[in-house]
Design a protein around this ligand. Structure first.
Ligand SMILES: [Zn+2]
Length: 244
């Protein structure tokens, strides 16, 4: 049996355990990796992927993370896999990820922005209403709320980015819901998109209190900032870079 991955650390966000296992640090098979994001994060993109057969001693999100490390996920690299038990984080949040494209199609109209500027969540589900699926969806909503509180921006579907690529225009939610002739993703969440958005909203920071951030450095060079961030993250995994 393949060895289960051991996370470098586990943190809790909005009640979801996040197993941190960065493929930027764990890449024994030398799979290709996204690069550091250059612009600001503009939000969170939600996907669905199906459950797979797993052994009793692991979870779906660990299995998908292991498949990624083993080079079995094609060109898909996401920040988070989320299941009914927990989440696994595969990429630092200042990295781009590969999830919003359409294979074989040139990206002429800007859907690349989905890869370069949003944080990606693959929610692992098999139906719209099963108990396990609803728990996975709930975990994804909790995580999305935490990310939106921390980094700001909008909530996007995979469909949104396909519609952008197709040159369609509209509000974020019009394009989130518009069929694009190719994708229906997140397939189990999108049919109840409004319900999911309300769920995310219910987990947003509602205290009315400001969130205070402490700046620990300022750099003229992005590279120097990245190097310092790597140090800070050893003690504060949620540290991030903001371009001012
Ligand atoms: Zn998708």
């Amino acid at each position: 049996m393949a060895a289960i991955l051991i996370p470098d650390n586990v943190i809790s966000c909005n009640g979801v355990g996040i197993n941190c296992y960065m493929i930027t640090n764990h890449n024994p098979n030398k799979i290709s990796l996204p690069s550091v994001r250059e612009g600001d994060c503009i939000g969170v993109t939600i996907h669905n992927t199906n459950r797979v057969n797993i052994s009793a001693n692991t979870t779906q999100a660990e299995q998908y993370t292991r498949a990624t490390v083993n080079g079995n996920m094609g060109t898909v690299r996401v920040h988070f896999y989320v299941d009914d038990k927990c989440a696994w984080q595969n990429l630092p949040l200042n990295f781009q990820s590969w999830h919003a494209g359409q294979s074989g199609k040139a990206d002429k109209n800007g859907s690349e922005k989905g890869n370069s500027c949003t944080i990606s969540i693959e929610c692992i589900m098999d139906s719209v209403s099963g108990e396990v699926d609803l728990k996975a969806r709930d975990n994804a909503a909790r995580l999305a709320a935490w990310l939106l509180d921390s980094y700001g921006g909008e909530l996007y579907t995979h469909n949104y980015w396909c519609n952008i690529r197709n040159g369609r225009t509209g509000t974020v939610d019009e394009l989130n819901m518009l069929d694009d002739g190719y994708k229906n993703c997140p397939v189990f969440i999108r049919p109840k998109w409004e319900e999911f958005k309300e769920l995310v909203e219910s987990y947003r920071n509602k205290t009315g209190q400001a969130r205070y951030f402490v700046q620990v450095g300022a750099f003229a060079s992005r590279e120097n900032a990245e190097n310092y961030l790597a140090e800070v993250k050893k003690d504060y995994p949620e540290a991030f870079i903001k371009k001012a």
